[in-house]
Design a protein around this ligand. Sequence first.
Ligand SMILES: [Zn+2]
Length: 406
Amino acid sequence: MQCRFCDNTNVKRFLELGEMPLANAFLTGDEVNDIKEPRFPLDVFFCDDCGLVQIGHVVPPQDIFKDYIYFSSTSDAVHKHAQYLAQSFKERFKLHDGSFVVEVASNDGCVLNYFKNLNVNILGVEPAENIAKVAVDSGIETYIDFFNEDNARTIKEKYGSADVILARHVFAHVPEIHSFMRGLKLLLSTNGVIAIEAPYLVDFIEKAEFDTIYHEHLSYLSLRPMSKLFKKYGMEIFDVEHFDIHGGSLIYFISNEGTHKVSPKVGQYVENEIQKGFDDVDIYYDFAGKTSHIKTKLMELLQQLKHDGHSIAAYGAPAKGNTLLNYCGISTDIVDYIVDKSKYKQGLYTPGTHIPVYSTERLLEDMPDYTLLLAWNFADEILGQQKLYREKGGKFIIPIPDIKVV
Ligand SMILES: [Zn+2]
């Protein structure tokens, strides 16, 4: 196998999660009984040369993203974050009437809508037709396709160069990274800024977020490999900003080399990664050990509760929940059902484990004794919303980073 970023073959496998269905391939009631679900190996590797952590088996993105089920706008935290981004980008990069902001993987236009309110020109790029349609219907102009070199050229010819290219939670999903890179380089104006937001490897490893591993998520990003990659294209990371969103994410601010002053934070982040040992495979073997420990502990707890006659439901049906459920082997013999705010998931069944998904109201109606929080990255938001359930005696089990019952 070759490293996705640097093409070297010096990669080491440190974690095997087994054969898994696609994390967002929810099933209808008919499909649960009928189809044989496709499964693909889910193994994770470390590149000894550039330091990129990545999964080995690539499922073609066309199979995953053409009809997608994750809508950004279902999360309150995403709205708050988007509002902050629009305001801070405006001040920092002097956005004005006539500035052009492109968002790659713009989803339902939730984030771009906040930029639109600044009176700048905007364009979304989104491959999932069902989701792009929601954006277009709400007035967000959207180019419906994957972002790559060819599409970047078409966009540039039609709309001109971009002053800001925002790419939130997409860079790590791209298999053909070099075409994507050439597209960024081509579309960016000379003094423009690329802002890439992605889960940060350091949080991922330190908080044992093994459930964020799924087939869509090909790369697990950190400063060192990102710097090397952008350098190859005559660009540089000139600043970084850390957020708690999605379990700990980093925004990489990138420009053409020499056009923006490089913040000392960039060097500090690289130094910190090396000091903590992220440039060595050992830290990843430790992570694999922690992963299997969480599985053992969580299953002991759930089986004990079940044995004592308690009812268990789950909250949230995010993609990551399906990694956790499939890896641990949690099915309807343990969890009766899942509740989720997204009406697109309600009425469907989880891939691999076939647990039905209902609306969140069900929790209060039913009052299961315990609720496994699969969307643990939104724990504060969800515990707040479910105050009444907890007051009436319901308990949440938070599985990651340490198993907690609250
Ligand atoms: Zn590499």
